[in-house]
Design a binder for this molecule. Structure first.
Ligand code: PMP
Length: 366
């Protein structure tokens, strides 16, 4: 006899999803919190972006421009891109999800790397497809392993470059080799959320690859270098046929009016971007050196965060508890298979120095 369902069931695969857990900010009562758990900007948003928000309240009854034209034009102007090849989203999360929904169906596979950004398996499963993990080598994406993970069912390869939470990156020559080795009908999604921070001669975010290859797209965010995480705004650069497909599926008003105005002002404020990059460059070097000096393993990071490897889960938990007690909230990354590591976002000078001092004490160096 057939059982009568008692309630609607989610689509296959949905209950296999482990919900994304955002970075925490809880500290003991009375302690000033310093959130270093979500790779947010310690420099904050551009004054021009704040000013752009001043009059938003006058037109809250009006829908935003569903195509985000003025923002796409601003991005196009600054990055030298055709605005017709840009799609904006409610954070780059929205664009990753949109890409999965548009290109994956039940039975398909999508590849991501071993310690790749955790939202990839979520969007893959939500689209009914199966995530396939490509092993990394020394916490770094490995092109041959990614290519070996591709099967006849693969439709998308997601690559965060630089990757969160490892901070490691692939030189553009390797990304090109990856594209060249992929079947033409597999979409390569280059997630360049941290691109602006990268100060490596061998790095490119992927703009040229998108311009020259019909199977490559690049996603970017305003949440990191532009300090606009609260507004949820990201963008994607893609060949015309991909833009056309995504725009059929995209929410009609997926980017709110405040985000569009602030982001257009932010992307044009190159001085603010330069200041934010400089701050990060100075402090990622100092934090990395200081923590290596006390015996911690820190992979070279090209982003605005470092991965601190304690080599032991108990020690990592103790360090996390000690820092939280003092108000410094870093990110446990056990869900990425890195139970002995904390990820630390680069903060202000004062906060960076305080975390270094606390860890020196913890490691018995002071
Ligand atoms: N990609 C990577 C690699 C990230 O680290 C993040 C932020 N955690 C995102 C995408 C999503 O950023 P947002 O949705 O804020 O644009």
């Amino acid at each position: 006899m057939n059982r009568v369902p008692t309630h609607p069931a989610p689509a296959p695969g949905i209950l296999d999803i482990a919900a994304y857990v955002p970075g925490g900010s809880t500290v003991p009562a009375g302690v000033e919190p310093h959130k270093l758990s979500s790779n947010e900007s310690p420099v904050g948003a551009s004054p021009a972006a704040r000013a752009a928000l001043e009059n938003v309240g006058d037109a809250l009854q009006i829908y935003p421009d569903g195509s985000a034209r003025a923002l796409r034009e601003a991005i196009g102007e600054v990055h030298g891109l055709n605005p017709d090849n840009i799609v904006c989203g409610n954070g780059s999360d929205d664009l990753l999800s949109l890409t999965a929904t548009t290109y994956l169906k039940s039975g398909d596979e999508a590849v991501h790397t071993e310690h790749g950004f955790l939202y990839y398996p979520i969007v893959i499963r939500a689209a009914g497809a199966t995530p396939v993990v490509a092993r990394e080598v020394e916490l770094t994406a490995h092109v041959d392993n990614i290519l070996a993970a591709v099967t006849g069912r693969t439709r998308i390869v997601f690559l965060a470059n630089p990757n969160n939470p490892t901070g490691t990156w692939l030189p553009i020559s390797e990304v090109r080799r990856l594209q060249a080795g992929l079947p033409r009908d597999v979409l390569l999604v280059l997630d360049a959320a941290y691109a602006e921070y990268v100060r490596k001669n061998d790095y490119e975010a992927g703009i040229e690859l998108v311009s020259s290859c019909p199977n490559v797209v690049m996603t970017r965010t305003f949440s990191k270098i532009h300090g606009l995480a609260a507004l949820r705004i990201g963008w994607l650069y893609a060949p015309t046929h991909v833009v056309d497909a995504l725009n059929r599926v995209r929410g009609p008003f997926n980017v709110n009016a405040a985000a569009q105005l602030a982001a257009a002002a932010a992307v044009r404020d190159r001085d603010h971007v330069a200041r934010s990059v400089l701050h990060n460059e100075e402090w990622i070097g100092k934090v990395t050196d200081a923590l290596r000096n006390i015996g911690l393993e820190i992979p070279a990071s090209a982003g605005n965060f470092v991965l601190i490897r304690f080599g032991d889960e108990t020690m990592c938990s103790a360090a996390d508890a000690m820092l939280t007690e003092r108000g410094y909230v870093l990110r446990r990354v056990a869900a990425y298979g890195l139970a002995d590591c904390l990820r630390m976002t680069i903060g202000t000078q004062q906060v960076n120095e305080a975390v270094i001092a606390a860890l020196e004490e913890f490691m018995g160096w002071s």
